[in-house]
Design a protein around this ligand. Sequence first.
Ligand SMILES: Nc1ncnc2c1ncn2[C@@H]1O[C@H](COP(=O)(O)OP(=O)(O)OP(=O)(O)O)[C@@H](O)[C@H]1O
Ligand code: SF4
Ligand SMILES: [Mg+2]
Length: 407
Amino acid sequence: MLVLTIMETETEEGIRNACVVEYLRGWCRTSVMPEDTEEYVLKVESLKAFYTSKKGLVKAVNDISFGIRKGESVGLFGESGAGKTSVALAIMGIFDELSRYYASTSSEPDNKKLWEKRDEARKKGLASEDLGMELPGVEGRILFKGKDLLTLDDKEYRKIRGMEITYVPQGTIRSLNPYTQIGLQTAEALWSHDEDNLLIEREVLRKVLETLDLVEIGDSDLRQFMKPAEFSMGEDQRILLAMALISDPSLMITDEPTTAVDVGVQRRILDAIEIVRRELDLSLLLISNDQGLIAETSDRVAVMSAGRIMEFGTAERVLTSPGHPFTRAFIMSNPSMEMMRKIREKGLRLRGIPGKPPDLANPPSGCPFHPRCEFAEGICKTDIPEYREVEKDYWIFCHQFEELPDW
Ligand SMILES: Nc1ncnc2c1ncn2[C@@H]1O[C@H](COP(=O)(O)OP(=O)(O)OP(=O)(O)O)[C@@H](O)[C@H]1O
Ligand code: SF4
Ligand SMILES: [Mg+2]
């Protein structure tokens, strides 16, 4: 099934997204935070996710930690290639399988060997650190309702994936099956997890209509029989949201939900997300490089660059008084109207981030932002900063935080 879908797409991202959609649809036919379990739905600790590539290991997610509380919406915000989607794939438990697939199709025998080493290490319960070498795949802890997802076997993971944790992948606007009625597609997550045949058709139909109504697909009783071609792009995206919501998940991850749609459509999608937040006791991880979307939908924001979380705090703190040089530069490169006003008031110079994002197969030494940072000092080039809580609930990955000028 995976291979058939790949033939329909051309770009690497297209392939990956098609894989993700197929994976979630079919294969997932198939519930963990540390001590303060009650408060957090998800807690990610020291998470790493490395791909194999011709150039070596791509450190897409490099030792990140953050949490999402019950009913909270956390925005994962950052530049393209920062590793945001890779975080989602790791949480969904499909990062290894997808990156392993690329390794199996590449002609790099070393990469295949690295994956074999990873398998051996897992069997022995060892991490890459124990072996003194870096390995591909996911490592760390992903605690969902107190249980570490990385310790679950496939069967246990499948019970959570697509049911308790759902995912609307990036660039999926044309990913609905064009030949299947949207009502049937919306119901898929329920049927595919009904291993014991407990579901009643009438109840599923009721749930489908209720969920389509929730995301404002009007006349759902009639339109459930229509196929995707009869819906607009924005409605497609909302149907994908419905597919991710029908199982009443505890956590929904949406990856760039408004990319490539016009402003009006964006508005409807944002409204749907807002309604979902209000009506359901749901935690959200919203992935985007769109400052407006993040500001509007997130309670807290984690800013990502080069596989690291640079700054993590309340949306107010991070987006209006960012403490990290990367966040400041990133916001300045595409400021909101409100930020423009602030920049003018403060007499700051509006400019983008100089240079290019780092190559994650060969990241810079020390702080990965140092080649582009106007505040870089000697230590920034040699030592990796500690990700530390500098105020209650406010985390920073920067040597010089205390010395930086106010913003
Ligand atoms: N299959 C793969 N093999 C090797 N490297 C990959 C693969 N998929 C992604 N990468 C690399 O991993 C890094 C992180 O990619 P990822 O897609 O997670 O970033 P992102 O923050 O989601 O970017 P965007 O905002 O463009 O979606 C990038 O450097 C990317 O080139
Ligand atoms: S650690 Fe140094 S290089 Fe990195 S963001 Fe802070 S000041 Fe800049
Ligand atoms: Mg992405």
